[in-house]
Design a protein. Structure first.
Lengths: 261, 331
C-alpha cells in the first residue's frame, strides 16, 4: 500500500506538483493520465526518490520512503523512465543483468541465483532467442521488452513505468500492456504507469488519476475518471465517451471541432 | 564476442612476446637466450647483462605498466563520460603535469635530478585533478560538466605554461619539449616501483569495478533506481583513474593515443562489458606501448625517437582508417 501525502515538488523555482495526496493499493494497476506538463512524470520521480519533494511524505507499507536504504529501496520499487540510454552495445543478457545490481556485492559480481533469475525473466518475456544480440540493434518493441525484463529482474513488488507505450505500434502496445496486466493479476505486482492513450488506460487500469496543472482533478475507477466533462476540460478538446461492448470499459473518441460547427 | 578466457590468454601471450622482443631489440643485438640468461642471473657477457638488467628490463617494464595504466584509465573515462572519444587526458590531468614540469624547469629543480621533474609533474597532475573535481562537484558530476571542467582546467594551465615558456631561456624549453611528447627514455629508475604500485593496485580495483561503470553508463535516473550511489561511484572512478594517469604522465610524459585507441579496438573485439573490457584493455595497452617503444628504439638505430611520436602516428592513422571506413559504409 502506497500513501502519498500532501506532496509538493518541482524543479528549481518551478513548482510542478501542488499538495498531491492519494493512495495506491497493493493490487492496483494504477494509471496516471493528464496533459503534457501536468506533473505525471514528476509524481513518478518523487515516488521513486529521484526528486526530493519540497513538502509532504510518501509511505510504502507505513514506512516513509526517506528511511529506506538505497539498496532496500531498489528491492522494493523499480522504475522504467521514459529514456534509458541503450546506445552502448551491451548484449541483451548483460543489459538485463543490471536489474540484479541491488542484490549483488560491492563489485556487482553476479551469483548463480542472479543468472537463473535473469534467464527466468527472459523466458517469461519470450526474449531468450536474442540473449546475445546487442541492445542497440533491436527494434522498438524488442527493446521495450528488454527494458521491462530488466525491471522484472529487479524482483520488486512495485513496478513504475513512465509512458512505456510511447513510440510503439498498436500491436506492440497491446502486448506490452497485457504483460503488465499479467504481472499485476498473476504475480500480484503493483503496477503504476503514466499513459497518454486514454483508451489503453481505460482498458487496462483498474484505478486512474487525472492530473491537471500539478493537481489531481479526479481519482477513481476508469468509469469514474473517464467522463467527458473532465476530459474535455483538462485536455481542452471535445470528446465522446462510450463503453466498449466487449470489455465493458470506457473509451474516448476525440471529435473534430470543425465538424462540430 | 570472443570468449573471456581466450581473450585473456591471447593478450597475455602477446604481451609476453612483445616484452621479450623489446628486450632483445635495440642498438646492441642480444639473443633471446642471452636476454633470459641475463635476467635469471646466469653468466653472460657483462656488458649485455648490464644492458638487459639496468636499461632494457626497467625500460620494458615501464612501457608495460604505462601502457596498461593509460589504457585502463582511458577505458574508465570513456565509461563514466559516456564518450568513446574520451582519453586519460580529457579531464585535464596532463595539463597540470605539464605545468608542474614547466615549474621544475624554470626553477632549476630539473637540472638537479629528473626525480624532481617527476615529483613536480605528479603534484601538478594532482592539482589539476583537484580543480576538475571541485568544478564538477557543483554540477553533481554530470558527464558534460566534467568534460567542460576538464577543458577549462586544460586551457588555464596551458596559458600558464605558455607564459612560463615565453619568459624562459630556449634551453629549458627544449628539455621540457622531450618530456611533453612522451618518452620512456628519461625516467628515473627508482620511479618504476612507484608507478607500478599505483598502476597495478588502481587497475585491479578498476577492473573489479567494471559492473559499476556499466551501471553508470545506463544514465542517471535508471542507475539511481538500481540502488547505486552514482555520484559516489563517479567520484571514486574519476579519482582512481586520474591517479593512475598522474603516475604514468609524471614519469613518462604525455604519451598520446594509448588510452584512446586500445579500449576502442578492444571494445570491438570483446564487447562493451567493462568487466572484461578493462583487464583486456590493460593487456592491449601494455602490448601496444611495448611495440611502439621497440619501434622507437629500432627504426632509426642508433638514434632513439620519443615513443609519443610513434603512438601518435599509429593512433592518427587508425582514426583516419576508422573515418574512411565509416564514410564508405555510409556511402
Amino acid at each position: 500500500m502506497i500513501h502519498i501525502e500532501n506532496i509538493s515538488a518541482g524543479y528549481l523555482n518551478r513548482t510542478v506538483l501542488k499538495k498531491i495526496s492519494c493512495n495506491i493499493g497493493s493490487k492496483d494497476f494504477f494509471g496516471i493520465i493528464g496533459k503534457n506538463g501536468a506533473g505525471k512524470s514528476t509524481l513518478l520521480k518523487v515516488l521513486c526518490k529521484l526528486i526530493k519533494p519540497y513538502l509532504g511524505n510518501i509511505f510504502i507499507d507505513n514506512k516513509n520512503i526517506n528511511f529506506f536504504a538505497k539498496k532496500d529501496f531498489a528491492k522494493t520499487i523499480s522504475f522504467l523512465p521514459q529514456y534509458v540510454d541503450t546506445s552502448l552495445p551491451f548484449t541483451v543478457y548483460e543489459f538485463i543483468m543490471f536489474g540484479r545490481y541491488p542484490y549483488m556485492n560491492i563489485f556487482k559480481i553476479p551469483s548463480d541465483s542472479d543468472c537463473n533469475i535473469v534467464k527466468k525473466v527472459m523466458d517469461f518475456l519470450h526474449i531468450m532467442d536474442f540473449a546475445e544480440r546487442k541492445i542497440n540493434a533491436l527494434s522498438g518493441g524488442e527493446k521495450q521488452r528488454v527494458l521491462i525484463a530488466q525491471v522484472l529482474a529487479q524482483e520488486t513488488d512495485i513496478i513504475v513505468f513512465d509512458e512505456p507505450t510511447s513510440h510503439l505500434d498498436i500491436g506492440s502496445q497491446n502486448k506490452l500492456l497485457e504483460i503488465l496486466r499479467d504481472l499485476n493479476e498473476k504475480y500480484n505486482k503493483t503496477v503504476i504507469l503514466t499513459l497518454h492513450d486514454l483508451n489503453a488506460a481505460g482498458e487496462f487500469c483498474n484505478k486512474l488519476v487525472l492530473m491537471e496543472n500539478g493537481e489531481i482533478c479526479n481519482c477513481g475507477t476508469p468509469e469514474e475518471v473517464l467522463n467527458y466533462k473532465d476530459i474535455e476540460r483538462v485536455y481542452d478538446t471535445t470528446v465522446v465517451v462510450k463503453t466498449n461492448p466487449i470489455s465493458d470499459k470506457p473509451y474516448v473518441i476525440p471529435v473534430s471541432r470543425i465538424k462540430e460547427r | 564476442m570472443v570468449n573471456k578466457k581466450c581473450a585473456y590468454i591471447l593478450m597475455l601471450v602477446l604481451v609476453v612476446a612483445a616484452f621479450l622482443f623489446s628486450l632483445i631489440s635495440g642498438t646492441v643485438d642480444i639473443s633471446c637466450i642471452d636476454a633470459v640468461k641475463a635476467l635469471l642471473g646466469n653468466s653472460v657477457d657483462e656488458t649485455k647483462t648490464s644492458i638487459i638488467r639496468h636499461v632494457r628490463f626497467p625500460h620494458s617494464i615501464m612501457a608495460c605498466i604505462t601502457g596498461a595504466g593509460l589504457a585502463v584509465s582511458g577505458c574508465v573515462f570513456q565509461g563514466i563520460l559516456k564518450n568513446p572519444l574520451a582519453d586519460p587526458f580529457t579531464l585535464g590531468v596532463s595539463s597540470g603535469a605539464v605545468f608542474g614540469v614547466a615549474i621544475a624547469f624554470i626553477s632549476g629543480l630539473a637540472t638537479v635530478t629528473s626525480f624532481f621533474v617527476t615529483v613536480c609533474a605528479f603534484l601538478g597532475s594532482l592539482l589539476s585533478t583537484l580543480i576538475v573535481y571541485l568544478l564538477s562537484m557543483y554540477k553533481r558530476f554530470g558527464s558534460n560538466s566534467m568534460v567542460l571542467s576538464g577543458v577549462i582546467t586544460s586551457y588555464m594551465f596551458s596559458a600558464a605554461v605558455m607564459l612560463i615558456f615565453a619568459l624562459s631561456p630556449a634551453t629549458n624549453i627544449q628539455s621540457a619539449f622531450a618530456w611533453l611528447i612522451g618518452t620512456l627514455s628519461i625516467f628515473d629508475e627508482r620511479m618504476v616501483l612507484f608507478v607500478a604500485i599505483i598502476v597495478i593496485l588502481g587497475s585491479v580495483v578498476l577492473s573489479l569495478s567494471g559492473n559499476i561503470i556499466n551501471a553508470v553508463s545506463l544514465g542517471g535516473e535508471k542507475s539511481r533506481t538500481l540502488g547505486i550511489n552514482i555520484e559516489g561511484s563517479i567520484k571514486f572512478l574519476f579519482l582512481t583513474a586520474s591517479l593512475i594517469t598522474a603516475a604514468t604522465v609524471s614519469v613518462c610524459g604525455i604519451i598520446g593515443f594509448v588510452g584512446l585507441i586500445t579500449p576502442h579496438i578492444m571494445r570491438k573485439i570483446v564487447g562493451t562489458n567493462n568487466v572484461i573490457l578493462i583487464p583486456v584493455s590493460a593487456f592491449a595497452g601494455a602490448f601496444f606501448l611495448l611495440t611502439c617503444d621497440t619501434l622507437a628504439r629500432t627504426l632509426f638505430k642508433p638514434m632513439v625517437i620519443p615513443v609519443g611520436v610513434i603512438t601518435n602516428i599509429i593512433g592518427g592513422s587508425f582514426f583516419v582508417f576508422l573515418l574512411l571506413k565509416r564514410e564508405n559504409s555510409i556511402a
